[in-house]
Design a protein around this ligand. Structure first.
Ligand SMILES: N[C@@H](CCC(=O)N[C@@H](CS)C(=O)NCC(=O)O)C(=O)O
Length: 191
């Protein structure tokens, strides 16, 4: 059975959502990052940067959300990762893990947890977040889905949480349409 090392953050949820959608059996080991549990020596053996999410699958460890998504999809007949669209999915998945996640994460850090400490950082990451949402909206005005013809590897899921958390009031029609479709797809899962 797969063991998921998890805390309920957007990065953690990427994996739990895929596990649910693939209907795989798994158990959750909660790593409370607010109590620094990620820094334990045991967890370091699984996740060399002390970050959730990570999994153990039959003695194989996998860390980094993007790598875990690809690993799980490949192992399950490429569900949500059709080879025909591998390049497109990888492009948008890399955008998510290298740009969207870290920049919105920094916004959250400065704007929500440390508000008033650095006006410079708040402005910088607000601007970047706005740009990110605009880029996504532009892409979604051209394509119904980000990477190909259907939802793949649930690339947009974490953006929704952050958009709500940051209280941004952006008029981005195409993201809204996409998220409504995503909500239907994910039925009653946490968004
Ligand atoms: N690039 C990593 C980022 C993972 C990440 O930032 N995890 C956060 C929670 S969402 C974490 O474990 N933070 C605790 C820490 O950095 O000490 C991924 O996509 O998996």
């Amino acid at each position: 059975m797969i063991e998921l090392f998890y805390y309920p953050t957007p990065n953690g949820r990427k994996i739990s959502i895929l596990l649910e959608e693939l209907e795989l059996k798994y158990k959750i080991t909660r790593i409370d990052i607010t109590k620094n549990e990620q820094f334990s020596e045991n967890f370091l053996k699984i996740s060399p940067l002390n970050k959730i999410p990570a999994i153990i699958d039959d003695q194989e460890t996998v860390f980094e959300s993007g790598a875990i998504l690809i690993y799980l999809a490949k192992k399950n007949n490429f569900k949500f990762y059709p080879q025909k669209y591998e390049k497109n999915i990888n492009e948008w998945l890399m955008v998510q893990v290298s740009f969207v996640g870290p920049m919105l994460g920094q916004l959250h850090y400065f704007y929500k947890f440390n508000k008033g400490k650095s006006e410079y950082a708040e402005n910088r990451f607000s601007e970047l977040a706005k740009k990110i949402y605009e880029y996504l909206d532009m892409q979604l005005s051209k394509n119904k889905y980000l990477a190909c013809e259907s939802i793949q590897l649930l690339i947009l899921q974490p953006f929704h949480g952050y958009a709500v958390m940051n209280g941004m009031r952006l008029e981005l029609k195409n993201i809204r349409i996409y998220l409504d479709g995503m909500k239907k797809f994910l039925k009653d899962l946490l968004l």
